[in-house]
Design a protein around this ligand. Structure first.
Ligand code: NI
Ligand code: MN
Length: 225
């Protein structure tokens, strides 16, 4: 799988010929000023919850690409009400087979409202299982015992928030990696805003001390996982 970072919690994951975009927040993110969303053409857009720092560019990218939005029922319905019909609604614990593999929508401990303030359902994360391996995309979440359950899937890697304040921070993310039985972690939801700025070296060291690797991608960087 190829993983490209677009800043904050947004990544493109390429599985074979399929392109999965997660939580696009690019045009409002000054750190991602070099990324032109006109070049981003996913087949699927997976949204973990309705907050603007996760969905800001979803409608524009959906319209230029014809991608299917995968999200919880309320987030999917909000897009339907704006005329975007290519959505696949899910809810917690549900799994569905797509052409690239299966997606399970799993619990996150957070909140969810849409950019206009309307109800955004319950926030979640995704466990994506493909022929090239499985990964977990946590979305915004606190550390939660549910991660022990997610670790029943053999995960090649996991995307975890590490910025603290709005989500778990580095120390809890190290614990999460242990519960997930996953030692390859891609950090997200850090440095974008002042309250979530982190010390990169210290964060990497804390993961190393737990025999795990924390990968902090540069915005625009692509990594083979
Ligand atoms: Ni959020
Ligand atoms: Mn967020």
């Amino acid at each position: 799988m190829q993983v490209t970072y677009y800043g904050h919690s947004s990544f493109m994951v390429e599985v074979g010929a399929h392109k999965l975009l997660f939580d696009p927040f690019i045009t409002p993110n000054e750190l991602a000023a070099d990324i032109a969303i006109s070049t981003i053409n996913p087949d699927y857009i997976l949204l973990s919850h309705g907050h603007a720092d996760h969905v800001a560019d979803a409608a524009a990218i959906q319209q230029q690409s014809g991608a299917t939005i995968i999200a919880n029922f309320e987030v999917a319905t909000w897009y339907n009400n704006q005329g975007i019909t290519l959505t696949h609604p899910m809810n917690h614990g549900g799994q569905h087979a797509f052409p690239f593999g299966t997606v399970k929508y799993v619990n996150a401990v957070h909140s969810s409202s849409m950019p206009d303030g309307s109800y955004g359902g319950q926030p979640g994360g995704f466990i994506v299982s493909t022929e090239e391996g499985a990964f977990y995309y946590a979305g915004d979440t606190a550390l939660t015992m549910d991660m022990q359950l997610f670790g029943r899937t053999a995960l090649s890697f996991a995307f975890l928030p590490i910025g603290d304040n709005f989500t778990m921070g580095v120390d809890d993310a190290v614990t999460a990696a242990g519960m997930l039985k996953c030692n390859r972690i891609i950090g997200m939801h850090y440095d974008t805003f002042p309250p979530i700025t982190i010390d990169h070296d210290e964060a990497r060291r804390k993961f190393r001390n737990a025999e795990a690797e924390l990968m902090l991608l540069s915005i625009g960087e692509t990594k083979t996982m």
